[in-house]
Design a protein around this ligand. Structure first.
Ligand SMILES: [Zn+2]
Ligand SMILES: [Zn+2]
Length: 133
């Protein structure tokens, strides 16, 4: 009984943290932040919960950035910029996916397109001024 309660509290904490941040974190980032409040939390538990949330459509996976899978607590379609150097993920609030783009996708696939997630990649404003080695 108590084990179940603790388990669901951790689950809520993971989801709550993910929904309250714009970091688009990976599992380890979440683990390190919750470890103080939940000393018996394991990284495996964080991974397991993230996968469950993902399967249930409660969070989105942005795929891997420099080898780390990143997650978004905001499941409304929106546009991202990902920095390939520092792994920063930004939401682009002012950029809307043009209807014409969705129509082109529908034309090419013959599908009914309901959502579009657009991701730009490159070097962020901080990184682009740093010379490459
Ligand atoms: Zn960067
Ligand atoms: Zn996002």
């Amino acid at each position: 009984m108590q084990a179940t309660q603790r388990y669901s509290k951790k689950r809520e904490a993971i989801l709550g943290l993910l929904r309250s941040t714009t970091e688009h974190p990976g599992a380890e980032w979440i683990y390190l932040r919750l470890k103080a409040d939940y000393p018996d939390l394991s990284l495996a538990t964080v991974y397991r919960n993230l996968n469950q949330f993902k399967e249930q459509g409660m969070i989105m996976s942005l795929g891997t950035v420099n080898g780390v899978e990143r997650f978004d607590g905001n499941t409304e379609p929106h546009v991202h910029f990902i920095c390939d150097r520092c792994s920063k993920v930004q939401d682009l609030h002012q950029l809307e996916v043009p209807t014409a783009l969705c129509q082109s996708a529908a034309r090419e696939t013959g599908a009914s397109v309901s959502q579009c997630w657009l991701t730009f990649r490159g070097e962020c404003s901080d990184c682009k001024s740093i010379p490459h080695q």
